[in-house]
Design a protein around this ligand. Structure first.
Ligand SMILES: NC(=O)c1ccc[n+]([C@@H]2O[C@H](COP(=O)([O-])OP(=O)(O)OC[C@H]3O[C@@H](n4cnc5c(N)ncnc54)[C@H](OP(=O)(O)O)[C@@H]3O)[C@@H](O)[C@H]2O)c1
Length: 322
């Protein structure tokens, strides 16, 4: 089969399209014919080996997972003898980041526990946009932010892979959402449900008097004391991404603020969780969430796709079609 192989840490040019053996599923695995995958922040860590701490998980000298690709949507082609959940022909999707990666390939053999049935109203391309980005937003909003209907949520960086899901998921929980985006993204975030939009190229959201129950720092990087000022009395700030300083400040000053006051600050790392994919499948099939896709690249164009993603201006998700 054709697969993208990553033999050393480095730039997107280190990713090579190669011919490798099609895997054989073990007893608890299914063999999936991959139709689409996508790019996420985790893929960049696996590509570059940075931050260096990540090499404790991904391999000290070179990536221990030679075929990258975490998000996956495809069709079950064969099953191991102990597989109970799936049959040949099932349309599935999954986040393989805790199950050996391997989605940038024509086939992948993966533990059945990593997969769930794909949302029936999405194409494979759309389904591959969902796993990591949507569950990052879901885990931040529902599990860390514990958002409730009627609460006011500010999403800074609402136009990328995570942000476009975050707006729709917060709306699905009944929140009133304000999105902070650049001029070219104002119409897009309005189109999928933001109640209010602040164009950061034209105005500074910190100048508004409005305060929020939940602030999601998906991109950008204001100081933690600024976020503290923008939170309501029991408000919560969740760091997802953006400038590194934002993460370090959340871990240090944010922890201190959390200890001495009612406003809470935390950072978190998304974890692959098939239950969350079932939750997303339901939201998607109810029509409450729809993936926003910026552009698609073929398997041979994966290095080009990474170069585009690395620029950090994508409008929704960058997809790999296989
Ligand atoms: N904690 C976790 O587990 C976790 C998981 C996934 C991702 N992340 C992090 O979350 C962040 C977003 O990930 P992603 O996949 O959504 O990235 P992405 O798709 O590359 O996000 C890019 C989007 O952000 C916008 N943007 C860039 N700078 C901005 C700013 N200063 N203010 C507001 N918007 C800005 C860009 O549009 P403009 O340039 O036009 O503004 C673009 O639409 C990244 O930092 C990533 O590392 C964390």
């Amino acid at each position: 089969m054709k697969a993208i192989i990553s033999e050393s840490y480095g730039s997107p040019d280190t990713l090579k399209l190669s011919e490798v053996d099609t895997p054989t599923p073990k007893q608890n695995q299914v063999l999936v014919r991959v139709h689409a995958s996508s790019i996420n922040f985790g893929n960049l860590v696996l590509l570059t080996g940075k931050p260096l701490l990540a090499r404790l998980v991904f391999g000290l000298r070179k990536p221990k997972y030679p075929i990258p690709g975490g998000d996956m949507a495809g069709i079950v082609e064969a099953i191991g003898e102990n597989v109970t959940q799936f049959q040949v022909g099932d349309e599935v999707y999954g986040d393989l980041s805790s199950s050996g990666w391997g989605a940038y390939a024509e086939h992948v053999a993966v533990d059945e526990k990593a997969l769930v049935l794909k949302p029936s109203n999405l194409s494979f391309t759309e389904a591959a946009a969902v796993p990591m980005a949507a569950t990052t937003a879901l885990q931040a909003i529902r599990d860390k932010g514990m958002v409730r209907a009627g609460q006011e949520v500010l999403i800074i960086g609402a136009s990328g892979g995570v942000g476009t899901f975050a707006v729709q998921i917060a709306k699905a929980f009944g929140a009133e959402v304000t999105a902070v985006v650049s001029t070219r993204n104002v119409d897009i975030v309005r189109s999928f449900g933001s109640d209010h939009v602040i164009d950061y190229k034209k105005e500074d959201f910190t100048n508004h008097n409005q305060t929020y129950d939940l602030i999601l720092g998906v991109n950008g990087g204001q100081s933690i004391s600024t976020y503290k000022r923008k939170l309501k009395g029991n408000g919560v700030f969740i760091h997802i991404g953006g400038k590194e300083s934002q993460m370090y400040q959340t871990m240090t000053l944010g922890s201190w603020y959390s200890l001495i006051g009612k406003k809470k600050f935390s950072t978190f790392l998304q974890r692959a969780n098939p239950k969350d994919l079932v939750f997303m499948k339901e939201l998607i099939e109810e029509g409450k969430v729809k993936p926003v896709i910026d552009r698609s690249y073929s398997l041979s164009e994966v290095p080009k796709a990474f170069q585009y993603f690395e620029e950090g201006h994508s409008q929704g998700k960058v997809i790999i079609t296989i």
